[in-house]
Write a protein that binds this ligand. Structure first.
Ligand code: ADP
Length: 179
């Protein structure tokens, strides 16, 4: 199941799936930890699929701070680039809404600066970092909407949700924010 819409010249997609299996896209975003190492959730899936070379390649860029994004190669992942972004820990890193929006904005700007045409996002901060899913969805989609008019090379943005309920909420969000 896949759902699409268009805003300016950018295609937006929402799917239920695994961020480490987006073989048709040039880049994927990692919900990273500050040390840019493997972990649970998204970071675990990305580092396992990429192999140990990813943490080695990233070590010189660590640590990163909440709201910051950095770019690396993708090692054994089926993409060309990984954009690593540290989301805010809910209740600790504040202002959390600004920091979460920064993640999406800076990831897209970094992709654009690197002439990347397609990118997949997970729902940053909504797992181990405890950000309430609905609030995070609205912040993410509004941040993406605000930056799209500035983008030159990014032509496709995909949101990859792990669970069916998260996927359904994103579908509603796409309608609400971009419909
Ligand atoms: P954070 O530490 O930023 O909260 P997590 O990786 O713990 O990041 O979780 C972020 C979101 O990604 C959660 O909604 C979680 O259900 C989801 N998720 C976990 N594994 C994957 C995966 N392999 N692909 C896509 N989404 C995933």
């Amino acid at each position: 199941m896949i759902t699409k819409t268009k805003f300016h010249n950018t295609e937006l997609e929402v799917i239920q799936g695994d961020i480490a299996k987006q073989a048709d896209l040039e880049s994927v975003v990692n919900a990273a930890n500050a040390q840019l190492k493997t972990g649970g959730g998204v970071a675990g899936a990305i580092h396992r699929a990429a192999g140990p070379g990813l943490a080695e390649e990233c070590s010189a860029m660590a640590p990163i701070s909440p709201g910051e994004a950095v770019i690396s190669g993708a090692q054994n992942l089926p993409n060309k680039f990984v954009i690593h972004c540290l989301g805010p820990v809910y209740g600790r890193d504040e202002p959390e809404e600004v920091l979460l929006a920064d993640c999406y904005r800076k990831s897209l700007q970094l992709a654009d600066e690197n002439n990347i045409d397609s990118i997949a996002f997970p729902a940053i901060s909504t797992g181990a970092f405890g950000y309430p899913f609905k609030a995070a969805t609205d912040t993410a989609l509004n941040a993406v909407k605000a930056v799209i008019p500035q983008l030159k090379s990014v032509k496709k943005i995909r949101f990859v949700l792990f669970s069916e309920s998260d996927y359904k909420y994103y579908l509603e969000g796409l309608e609400r924010v971009f419909g």
